[in-house]
Design a protein around this ligand. Structure first.
Ligand code: PFF
Length: 493
């Protein structure tokens, strides 16, 4: 796949695309909540361990694979063992489904970006989000209830992804990331700087950094740290494999891995200082306890923050749009990366042109996203998020480690990583991490989250969960079958 138009025009472009893929919704809204609910300041210890063990080691693995094989995940797994192609299709399917719901959240953000110019969510942001934006109706009937605002907003997001991704990497992804990622970092500095000047900010960041040492004995906290790193660095989604397959000779992989991992974590910790300071301001202004303000995901961005902007006065007309714009950029660069991982496999397996592959993914992807834009959409989205991230993706990463550590000579990857660097940090330690430590830790994470993933709360959730499991089990085999037929036909011609 490495011809002129398929090679990054500079290492900077690669870094911006990689950082853009990592820095996303997970950094902005997931991290503050995970940190707060898992021991505050003391969470930093498991978090740093997870960065080194899983984050850095995982990213190094994916860089080495992409750089060595220079092709899509499908072709790589197929080269190691033909049977592994089904596992590769399983991974690609997970990434595609994640992309389909991720776009919907970016779509919600687009709506909020517009609303933020005039505080269009009114005096009761909670009610507005649930009843006016989502038109939430978590029943079977809700699945056929059309919600036009979210539908059209998602259409715009999909069109934007198509617009960037159908061009070659330098005219599309590079051009966009080279502007968007530095801009995102600058804007976040502005938001955090502003938030530190607010009354009550110190209450926020002291709460954030106050350690609860006893929490370290709780295994759930360690698992939460590993889960956050997987999500935040987009590990296991074949993004880093795809992006590093476009790298030119002579690239220093270990240095690049260090820069990306440090930027991603630096961003999320720095951003969390701003989020906590703003919530500290809210706590002081309204007397509402901190524990009631910090919520996960959508609650933080689309309910808590609009509430804060309501009490902030005039400054909110600037900070509000900047905040939602940051989420938009972070979301788009991550969505484009997810798209690249899927399209690369469609290109090599079905022989499609880039434009054709991207167009097909956008059309089918939009049809899947349409489910999330119905009245029952946010409920279905929550189920997809839980099953794909807590269950399917962890399994895919375990497969990745096992395939390269047990069915491939991983020493070859150590050589690749040490090739263009004067500091040879990757040695036997890394091999043992990929071979033993990571699969074991991930297996524990998988088993423990499996229990909490399955919810038997209501019939609708159960039916959707079973359907999604069936899709994850059957579709990879179907894709593998059709891709094989297509390639044998092409060989005959
Ligand atoms: N790493 C990105 C984020 O933190 O938002 C991208 C991403 C991660 C997308 C996990 C989707 C996902 F499930």
């Amino acid at each position: 796949m490495s011809n002129e138009s398929n090679q990054w025009n500079s290492n900077f472009s690669f870094l911006m695309a990689m950082i853009g893929s990592a820095v996303g919704l997970g950094n902005i809204w997931r991290y503050p909540y995970v940190l707060y609910s898992n021991g505050g300041g003391s969470f930093m210890i498991p978090y740093i361990v997870a960065i080194v063990l899983l984050g850095l080691s995982g990213v190094l693995l994916e860089y080495a694979i992409g750089f060595k094989f220079k092709t899509s995940l499908l072709e790589i797994y197929g080269k190691i063992k033909t049977k592994f192609r089904v596992i590769a299709w399983f991974t690609v399917l997970i990434v595609f489904l994640i992309l389909s719901y991720y776009v919907c959240v970016v779509g919600w953000d687009l709506i909020y970006l517009i609303l933020s110019f005039f505080k269009g969510w009114g005096a009761d942001p909670n009610n507005y989000f649930v009843n006016s934006v989502l038109q939430n109706n978590p029943t079977a009937g809700g699945l056929v209830q059309f919600v036009p605002g979210v539908f059209f907003s998602c259409l715009v997001v999909w069109f934007f992804i198509w617009f960037i991704s159908h061009r070659n990497i330098n005219k599309g992804i590079s051009k966009f990331s080279n502007v968007a990622v530095p801009l995102l970092f600058i804007l976040v500095v502005v938001i955090v700087g502003f938030s530190l000047t607010l009354p009550g900010a110190s209450l926020g960041y002291t709460t954030m950094f106050t350690p609860e040492w006893g929490a370290l004995l709780n295994t759930d906290i360690w698992l939460a740290a590993f889960g956050q790193i997987i999500f935040s660095l987009s590990i296991g989604m074949a993004i880093a494999i795809t992006y590093s397959s476009y790298l030119g000779k002579g690239t220093n992989l270990t240095k690049n891995a260090g820069i990306v991992v440090a930027s991603n974590s630096g961003f999320e910790v720095f951003n969390a200082i701003g989020v906590f300071s703003i919530l500290g301001f809210m706590a002081v202004s309204t007397g509402v306890g901190f524990e009631n303000l910090i919520t996960e995901g959508t609650g933080l961005a689309f309910i808590a923050f609009p509430q804060v902007f309501n009490v902030m006065g005039g400054a909110a007309y600037i900070i509000g749009p900047v905040f939602f714009f940051c989420i938009l950029i972070a979301g788009l660069t991550s969505a484009i990366a997810l798209m690249e991982s899927v399209s690369a496999s469609l290109i090599t397996e079905f022989g499609f042109s880039r434009k054709r592959a991207v167009t097909i993914i956008c059309v089918i992807g939009f049809c899947v996203t349409a489910i999330f834009t119905t009245g029952a959409g946010s409920t279905v989205l929550g189920i997809f998020d839980k099953i794909l991230n807590n269950f399917a993706l962890i399994l895919a990463i375990i497969f990745e480690c096992v395939i390269f550590a047990w069915f491939y000579n991983i020493d070859k990857l150590i050589d690749v990583l040490n090739q263009n660097t004067s500091i040879r940090i990757v040695g036997k330690w890394w091999k043992y991490v990929i071979k033993f430590i990571l699969p074991i830790v991930l297996l524990v994470l998988w088993v423990s989250s499996l229990v909490s993933t399955l919810s038997f709360d209501d019939e609708l959730s159960l039916v959707i969960e079973l359907l999604l499991f069936a899709v994850l089990l059957i579709v990879p085999f179907l894709l593998n079958h059709f891709a094989k037929r297509k390639s044998s036909k092409a060989a005959e011609q």
